[in-house]
Design a protein around this ligand. Sequence first.
Ligand code: GDP
Ligand code: MN
Length: 338
Amino acid sequence: QQAPPTVADTYYGFGHPNDTLAVDRRANATFVILARNSDLSGTIRSIREIEDRFNRKYRYPYVLLNEEEFTDDFKKRISVLTPSTVEFGLIPREHWFQPDWIDEDRATKSRNKMVADNIIYGGSVSYRNMCRFNSGFFFRHPLMEKYRWYWRIEPDVHFHCDIDFDPFVYMEDKNKVYAFTITMYEYEATIPTLWGHVRDFAKLHPEYVAENNAMGFMSENGGEKYNLCHFWSNFEVADMNFWRGPTYTAFFEYLDSKGGFYYERWGDAPVHSIAAALFASRDQIQFFDEIGYEHNPYTHCPKLGNNWQKGRCSCDPARSFDYDGYSCMSKWDRFMDL
Ligand code: GDP
Ligand code: MN
């Protein structure tokens, strides 16, 4: 009889003697990284950059999650990068895999059609598991439960500027809920029925819809049609109380019950974004211009004031994705100015 897999491993890092903690106040916050064992080198690069650009001074902990056990080599090579606490967690089966009540014939047919239509990740079940996990479950993992705030990081991303302020504390003090650096249009073919379900849910639960919400950013005609703008969720700094609360819980369960994570290919980005736009007030959504961020193939490079100089940024501000035709940034600026 094999022992049941453990849910967590904890490593307590140790600091360099010259490396004093430079802050007197921190939020109840953590980095969270979802990764496979095969993502090791990219995960190392991402942690190295966020440590050098930010966390060297702040020492926020890390939680790494995987639906398979991380290897000893993975844990050792990650833990050596930081004096912060690093915890490695196994994702419970029921948070990850396709539920039994999904009609597999229907799901297979839809995947095959998406492959034929050349839709990115169209044939992948694991990608769908990942999107559903990030939409509804990461903040319920036992290792995440003790934290309120998280900063999502992915393997192989880049942080291009010094971050000389604490985004968590900033958000806590300003009553923010969700922060982004890049916003763009979603592929409509991955979410053909999502907006209809969102509208049905909002009709069913008008009491959940926030006053002064950001719906006007996502729809040009009062919510009838979705313009596909969303926040790119591979970067997120957000309040897990928002995801854990009754409103988002009901929203996620409603969407999940429609099966669209498997019958279509709903991403956690539109699901999180639409929730933030609908159930938070627009002032609770934060754009962090200061945080120069790259996830292939797009980069946000700071543009406001002297953010670029101040951050000693390595990105080219003239090539920031903000000005790309595929970006929703100008729409956001216009929406927030009104
Ligand atoms: P993309 O950014 O949409 O192209 O998707 P990615 O391949 O970057 O995946 C998003 C995040 O989920 C990254 O942090 C990946 O490391 C992670 N991820 C994707 N698929 C899996 C998986 O099957 N298992 C685990 N453990 N992590 C995954
Ligand atoms: Mn990615």
